[in-house]
Ligand binder design. Structure first.
Ligand code: BES
Ligand code: MN
Ligand code: ZN
Length: 495
């Protein structure tokens, strides 16, 4: 979708549909009142008749209004004039998008930036328009032999002349976020036979090709061997597809400011390996690379937005399949850190590839490291599809990520990472086991990773419940890109 900024009188706007607010208690907003005057009270009559009350999200499409230049008007309930909650605003923007789509319109214009949202600024309301309209018009059609390309394609934002510059700046950021989100979704939705580790590496290289601020480096299995990444390679052994370790560096500053390092789990299909998963819903394990997709999405967004900060993305990518050469329960492998691991369950493969990627990440002398992974089914049981699991060895970093989640609505919830849980990983033969039993599965997975992140400030995001929907909503949600990007941009603003 294309987004643009306009200013001027509401009645003079040429658009297929002008979206204007009606406050609770049947009061027209200023823009609606302007149309009403031109239409000699036609909108007032509709409101008085009770066709629209002003309740948040209530919509009435008026197909023709005389005296104005817009072809249609969408009257939309925007609640109390004093202000509404962020969630209510998101709901009404969603309704506006639905109404335009429902009427098969190609374009529209919103005046809803006038609505007061409690605790949110102009940048946020612009972002909500762009993010919600883009999400509602996103389609994944590459593998459909027929697809209709028609749909909502353009949205203009009508604002006061004095806000035009600010809105333009906010739009540029929001557009970058959409670019990143769409890359994330396209990669994650892509079937596993079309989204292999090599494909991810090619996409990362293509991204770096397009942007001067990005450089890409891909390690092959032989390189990983030389670095001693025995844990990562043990997962790749069961697959015919070669594993890749992808690094994408975004340089937004000339100095050597320490980077934020993002590490994304890139298991392009997780069958469980020799500890094979049950059949039902195994197809959803094509999404087991959504952590990787989030990292590439964030890097694409940064390259477009251009904030003054340094960020490195690291993606260990492999399949997890059963094979004569695959790891077996009881195998012991040596990680890059030198620590040995007894593999009790080959389905706990995410931590096996992440641990080596986390050890590798130290070479970037990170300010902080954040890993993103569809790591445990236990996280889905604990938090469902609402909150991402957050575990961290640093309170300040954890608080900042939680705050970014609150601001964007892409929320996380922190779980404890107490030492007492570590003993669940005890192994009689190796330094640790790769699983810690049934209890506290999300925490023991993070405890495993914590043994490889002692040298820096680190947070782990378990997105198993939030990354995609099931059933007929079997699509990537775009999470946790909003949280991550908000965190990074806030850090860049402060620098
Ligand atoms: N990719 C899965 C985690 C997962 C499962 C995400 C279901 C979303 C939905 C991960 O590799 C895995 O298989 N984890 C195991 C760990 C267990 C063997 C300790 C799990 O959660 O069952
Ligand atoms: Mn698994
Ligand atoms: Zn997995």
């Amino acid at each position: 979708m294309e987004f643009s900024v306009k200013h001027g009188q509401a009645r003079k706007q040429k658009t297929a549909c002008l979206i204007v607010g009606v406050y609770a208690g049947r009061t027209l907003s200023e823009r609606a009142a302007d149309l009403d005057k031109a239409a000699r009270g036609a909108l007032t009559r509709l409101v008085q008749r009770g066709d629209v009350s002003g309740k948040v999200g209530e919509a009435l499409l008026v197909p023709e209004v005389s005296g104005i230049d817009a072809e249609r008007v969408l009257l939309l309930g925007v609640g109390k004039r004093e202000g509404i909650a962020a969630e209510e605003y998101q709901k009404l923007i969603g309704k506006a998008a639905e109404a335009l789509k429902g009427a098969s319109l190609r374009s529209g214009m919103s005046t809803l930036l006038d609505v007061t949202v409690k605790g949110r600024d102009l940048r946020w309301v612009v972002d909500q328009h762009v993010s919600i309209f883009a999400a509602q018009t996103y389609k994944f059609t590459e593998f459909k032999s027929k697809s209709d390309s028609h749909g909502l394609a353009r949205l203009a934002l009508l604002v006061d002349e004095k806000s035009v510059t600010d809105v333009r700046a906010a739009l540029a950021v929001a557009r970058g976020k959409v670019t990143g989100t769409q890359l994330l979704k396209d990669l994650a939705n892509r079937p596993a036979n079309h989204c292999t580790p090599s494909y991810l590496a090619e996409q990362a290289e293509a991204l770096a090709e397009r942007h001067d601020s990005l450089t890409c480096n891909v390690l092959e299995e032989a390189d990983m061997e030389a670095l001693g990444m025995g844990s990562l390679l043990s997962v790749a052994r069961g697959s015919r597809q070669p594993a890749k370790l992808i690094t994408l560096e975004y340089k937004g500053r000339d100095d050597d400011a320490k980077p934020i390092v993002l590490v994304g789990k890139g298991v392009t299909f997780d069958s469980g390996g020799i500890s094979l998963k049950p059949g039902p819903a195994m197809d959803e394990m094509k999404f087991d690379m959504t952590g990787a997709a989030s990292v590439l999405g964030v890097m694409a967004a940064l390259a477009e937005i251009g904030p003054a900060i340094n960020v490195v993305g690291v993606v260990p990518a492999t399949e997890n399949l059963p094979d004569g050469n695959a790891s077996k329960p009881s195998d012991v492998v040596t990680s890059m850190s030198g620590q040995t691991i007894e593999i009790l369950n080959t389905d706990a493969e995410g931590r096996l590839i992440l641990c080596d990627a986390l050890t590798y990440s130290a070479r970037f002398e990170p300010d902080v490291v954040i890993d993103i992974a569809t790591l445990t089914g236990a996280c889905v049981v604990a938090l469902g599809d609402q909150a991402t699991g957050l575990l961290s060895n640093n309170d300040e970093l954890a608080e900042a990520l939680l705050a970014s989640g609150q601001r964007t609505g892409d929320r996380a919830w922190r779980l404890p990472l107490w030492d007492e849980y570590q003993k669940q990983l005890d192994s009689p033969v190796a330094d640790m086991a790769n699983v810690g039993g049934r209890n506290a599965g999300t925490i023991t997975a993070a405890c495993f990773l914590a043994r490889f992140t002692k040298d820096y400030r680190w947070a782990h995001l378990d997105i198993a419940g939030t990354a995609w929907g099931s059933g007929k909503n079997k699509y990537a949600t775009g999470r946790p890109l909003p949280m991550l990007l908000d965190y990074i941009l806030a850090r860049a603003d402060r620098a």
